[in-house]
Design a protein around this ligand. Structure first.
Ligand SMILES: [Zn+2]
Length: 247
């Protein structure tokens, strides 16, 4: 699905646009001209479907130079190892604090043990460990063709969330992972890695970015005045309340 001139959605699950595996997060392709980038990898069961969608739009997956992960929950990062194997030369970029757990495929660190018990994933689902090529810190900038992707550390939904800002198509696009969604919703979970106070700090920080296009990890996208969606959440926080959770 083409969202703007140079940004596409190439994967999405039941809590979105049903473009790939039912458990996938929203997966975005950024067209940097000579190079492409992916935001998030999905759960891993729909990898071939995601690659087919990329080809459908006329792109060669081998031109993907970087996979940026917003965080390492299985629905976002489970497909990383498969994509890295299939796309030679593609680097995997993730928040530095999350790198070890991704390399080890540590199911407890990503609360997958609890998510399996809760029935979100099959008991035999296996999170494939994935090498990490780029350990991102807040403010890091990575070039993708003629575009620059800037990482913003925004933990709270999980222990190490990264949002990504890209100036593309004369607009500011924010890939917000599971930090903030359309209509000012957030995603709280009763797992060790979710921290409401950290999330509040992150939301207030993202509220300072003037966002046109808000591209979250699930559900609807916002193609105009994205900042207003973030401000909806902040307005609720300012009334000492907690924004609605997506689930
Ligand atoms: Zn998540």
């Amino acid at each position: 699905m083409r969202l703007t001139e140079r940004v596409y959605m190439v994967g999405s699950g039941d809590n979105g646009f049903c473009l790939s595996d039912h458990a996938d997060c929203n997966i975005y392709l950024i067209d940097g001209g000579d190079e492409l980038a992916l935001i998030d990898a999905g759960v891993g069961e729909g990898t071939n479907c995601i690659l087919d969608n990329i080809r459908l739009y006329g792109f060669n997956p081998d031109k993907i130079t970087t996979l940026f992960l917003t965080h390492i929950h299985a629905d976002h990062a489970g497909g990383s190892a498969g994509l890295r194997y299939l796309i030679s030369g593609m680097k995997v970029a993730v928040a530095g604090g999350a790198a070890l757990a991704l390399r080890q495929g540590d199911e407890k660190a990503i609360s997958l043990d609890l998510a399996k018990k809760a029935g979100f994933y099959a008991q035999n689902y296996f999170f494939q460990p994935c090498p990490v090529d780029i350990e991102l810190q807040d403010g890091d900038q990575i070039t993708v063709g003629d575009l620059t992707v800037q990482a913003i550390s925004a933990p709270g939904h999980s222990a190490y969330d990264m949002a990504y800002v890209v100036q593309v198509d004369q607009k500011t696009s924010l890939f917000s992972g599971d930090i903030i969604f359309h209509d000012g919703k957030i995603l709280l979970q009763s797992t060790w890695d979710c921290d409401l106070q950290k999330l509040i700090t992150s939301l207030r920080r993202l509220g300072e970015v003037r966002v046109d296009v808000l591209l979250p990890g699930h559900n609807l996208v916002t193609l105009k005045d994205g900042t207003l969606q973030i401000w909806k959440a902040i307005e609720i926080l300012d009334h000492c309340l907690i924004p609605k959770s997506l689930l």
